[in-house]
Design a protein. Sequence first.
Length: 126
Amino acid sequence: MKHILIACLVFALCLAVGLFSLFYVRASGEETVTLLERSIRQAEEEQYTAAAESLRQAKQLWEGRETVLGIFLHHEEVDEILALFAQLEAFIKLEDLDDYLAACGELTARLEHVRRMELPTVENVM
């Protein structure tokens, strides 16, 4: 009976960690994308200072969660997203709207990919 109880506890713990991972990664990605979209709107309206501030907030959010995200995601994915943030900071400083929007599109796609990969689908489980 003890073995069954221990097995059930281990299963419950694994399930809890998996669910935490799912919700944490998805929430982090969603909040970052929301801030990034705000930055895009501001840049399109040529409010570069406000766009840079929204971008800074998005980067701070991601960096603040980097330690926990590093547990659940591949480190390469986290590093690539941080590298894209660095590119975006350079583009917004130069007020280079075209390159900024292109890099924002790439970053948004990466964040959406990370969020999608956390969903428990057949292709992600196998």
